[in-house]
Ligand binder design. Structure first.
Ligand SMILES: C[S@@+](CC[C@H](N)C(=O)[O-])C[C@H]1O[C@@H](n2cnc3c(N)ncnc32)[C@H](O)[C@@H]1O
Length: 223
């Protein structure tokens, strides 16, 4: 997969929107390594929650041109930057300013991608966020990284809803760090009927990053 051009994004944009970093690029590398599987699965709908700059979903949209690709972000400025990234790179993308997957019908997503806010913080830091209504310029960049207790405040909502998010043959690619307790996440998801495999990991300064791919256990038994 080609890394999209990001030269159109200004330093002012990056005051408000998450700047791609090692976590973003590890997730991109993991998706690239899984591209043969993704292509052979012929997904109809791929959705990234929290697209930020749009670097990941734009690369995926270009690699899977027959898949309808959606980019979701709570931050309106991230949606604007994602739109510009898609346009700059000639990707066909649907960008939606939305909280997680609230506006989606159940069980329609074939590929889910999420690099969530994963940093361990006090929960109050998340509760103290201003809503987009009260904060039209959305200068809460903290939303891009603050993850509450165990860094799981936001990602657990997605794990809890996975059964109603993914299609029958769907797969989810989620980035986590050691402090999020990846083994515990995988064990919890097993009780919900999902098999989690660590498909990429990287140690960087002060962080151990993992990409976990989740599929329904029933599906992995069919392979
Ligand atoms: C760690 S950043 C990842 C950005 C980009 N995907 C990347 O890898 O560079 C997390 C993103 O999730 C978005 N986000 C946080 N909470 C969200 C929510 N409840 N619904 C949708 N997006 C959310 C943030 O605005 C931010 O853009």
């Amino acid at each position: 997969m080609e890394t999209p051009y990001l030269t159109h994004i200004t330093s002012d944009d990056f005051k408000y929107v998450y700047e791609p970093a090692e976590d973003s690029f590890l997730l991109l590398d993991a998706l690239e390594a899984d591209l043969p599987k993704l292509r052979s699965d012929r997904p109809a709908i791929c959705t990234e929650i929290g697209s930020g700059s749009g670097v990941i979903i734009t690369a995926v949209a270009k690699a899977l041109p027959e898949t309808a690709c959606f980019a979701i972000d709570l931050n309106p400025r991230a949606c604007d930057v994602t739109e510009r990234t898609a346009t700059k790179n000639g990707a066909n993308l649907n960008v939606v300013n939305m909280n997680l997957l609230n506006g989606f019908r159940s069980n329609v997503i074939d590929v889910l991608i999420f690099n969530p806010p994963y940093v361990v913080t006090p929960d109050e830091e998340i509760d103290s966020y201003k809503s987009p209504k009260d904060n039209p310029f959305n200068d809460n960049i903290i939303k891009s990284w603050a993850g509450g207790t165990d860094g799981r405040f936001i990602m657990d909502r997605v794990f809890d809803a996975m059964d109603s998010i993914l299609s029958a043959n769907g797969a989810a690619y989620i980035l986590v760090i050691e402090e999020n307790k990846p083994k515990e996440i995988i064990a919890n998801m097993k009780t919900k009927g999902f098999c989690g495999s660590i498909i990429a990991e990287r140690r960087i300064r002060g962080e151990h990053l993992y990409v976990i791919r989740f599929q329904r256990i029933s599906q992995t038994l069919d392979l």
